[in-house]
Design a protein around this ligand. Structure first.
Ligand code: IMP
Length: 447
């Protein structure tokens, strides 16, 4: 059995929620390693819609333990609302565990996130406004509040008084905002602390015990490769490490325990927030993708920018994450199109560029070089095996597999669990046909 990391191979919103939900079926433990309530998964099970920001999707399986790891930042108010959502639907949350070393998003983090975005004006990053950057900034600055601090009321009082007074100076003097009332914040967070206390654990120890017992662990990424603080399209990135390496850091495990890394990519590309997006479509096709794909953010409701599949980014994600295979989602969104374009390289200053430029200005100047493929113009939503797919849809997938030199293991054709083609169960399924590096169906590479 395998320990598997699932990450987003684009700019987030690739449909990781559905894929991790599917794989959680075979997992004993699901770990969320980074990010905060900027993430949003929507999962549809038997007609019921669950909106998750922090709790791993594995919570829907009664025997799966879910851990919110050390590398995450936790907004207790939102987490408690999520817990209520499950409890009101009679989904047990007793298998949820929260890392004592995760950092806490406080009210001043949200205020500072929004105030600094306003101050940036036309240079804004387009953050989710959920206080993520300021929470991670405090972590790096070593002034953060951790879950373990919440569990210690006396120490918390002292620490928060100092911190809120310090943040109030910034809120008032720099941003001209009203100061926070330290007593009110302390009272509110002490109340949250008591509600969260039963869930708090030493998460890396808990994961280590699961590894020792040879349990199946799924590491669930949030956001996507191109939003990575170190390896994404800086500065238009989030403040954590959504790449595969970040999963190890955030969970507190060594890279040697990881057996597989699965990258999730949409059959096209989307992006929310600011920043260059070479294959973005502003016309009719972009609108069609947005409408058919219901491309609105789960967290902010913002319309996502849509464009053609970008193979340069795809190859980059394969390299940075060491991807073993891909899950391609939302193939059905392309069903109506007469022809489909795929970006195979960029043109930059009159030259062909096969790699993602690190410089944001250069990236903004990249023009996509497209290969045009025929569409299939029929519904794929009821396809359940590769043979059900129209030949042109299969050719499209083969093209992507070849372009990224990576097999496709899962194809998603709708929001429901059953609207999926499992080409090969990357965890422990029987051997089935897999699209190999040449895009040809072959037997499993997971032997
Ligand atoms: P932040 O994470 O709120 O600081 O936002 C930084 C950038 O990451 C913005 O462009 C956001 O739109 C983007 N972002 C953050 N979380 C997600 C996500 O879960 N999906 C897609 N984009 C995200």
């Amino acid at each position: 059995m395998a320990n598997v990391i699932v990450i987003g191979a684009q700019w987030g919103d690739e449909g990781k929620g559905k894929i991790t939900d599917l794989l959680s079926r075979s997992a004993d433990v699901v770990v969320r390693s980074q990010g905060g309530v900027n993430a949003g998964h929507t999962i549809v099970v038997q007609g019921k819609t669950f909106k998750l920001h922090l709790i791993p999707s594995g919570i829907l399986y009664p025997n799966t333990e879910c851990i919110i790891g050390s590398g995450t930042v936790i907004d207790p108010k939102v987490l408690l609302q999520e817990l209520e959502q499950f409890q009101s639907l009679e989904v047990s949350t007793e298998n949820l565990f929260i890392s004592q070393t995760a950092h806490v998003t406080m009210p001043y983090h949200r205020l500072l996130d929004m105030a600094s975005e306003t101050r940036r004006g036309k240079h804004k990053l387009g953050t989710t406004g959920r206080g993520i950057g300021p929470t991670y900034a405090d972590k790096s600055e070593r002034t953060g509040i951790r879950i373990i601090d919440l569990m210690n009321p006396n120490g918390l009082q002292e620490k928060l008084e100092w911190t809120i007074n310090y943040k109030n100076v910034i809120l008032e003097k720099l941003y001209n905002l009203s100061p926070l009332n330290p007593e009110a914040v302390i009272e509110e967070y002490l109340e949250y602390a008591e509600q969260l206390r039963p869930y708090v654990v030493d998460s890396s120890l808990k994961i280590a015990e699961a590894i020792q017992k040879r349990k199946n662990i799924l590491f669930e990424g949030a956001q996507g490769t191109l939003l990575d603080l170190d390896h994404g399209t800086y500065p238009y990135v989030t403040s954590s490490n959504p790449i595969a390496g970040g999963a190890c850091v955030g969970a507190g495990v060594g890279p040697t325990v990881i057996d597989r890394v699965i990258g999730v990519a949409k059959a096209y590309t989307t992006r929310v927030g600011e920043g260059p997006f070479p294959t973005e479509l502003h016309g009719k096709v972009g609108k069609l993708l947005g409408n058919r794909g219901a491309e609105f953010g789960t967290t902010t409701g913002r319309r996502r920018r849509c464009g053609w599949f970008d193979g340069v980014i795809g190859r980059y994600a394969v390299r940075i994450n060491g991807l073993d295979c891909l899950a391609i989602t939302k193939l059905d969104v392309l069903d109506e199109l007469e022809e489909i374009k795929v970006c195979i390289a960029y043109e930059l200053n009159g030259k062909t560029c096969n790699h993602l430029p690190s410089n944001a200005k250069e990236f903004a100047q990249c023009k996509p070089i497209y290969e045009t493929l025929p569409g299939w113009q029929q519904s794929t939503t009821n396809c359940r095996v590769l043979d059900d797919l129209p030949q042109t849809a299969l050719s499209y997938l083969k093209f992507l597999a070849e372009l990224m030199e990576t097999p496709i293991a899962i194809i998603s054709l709708g929001a429901s669990r059953d609207q999926t083609i499992i080409v090969e169960d990357p965890i422990h399924g029987p051997k089935r046909a897999l699209l190999n590096v040449n895009g040809e169906p072959v037997s499993s590479t997971f032997d």
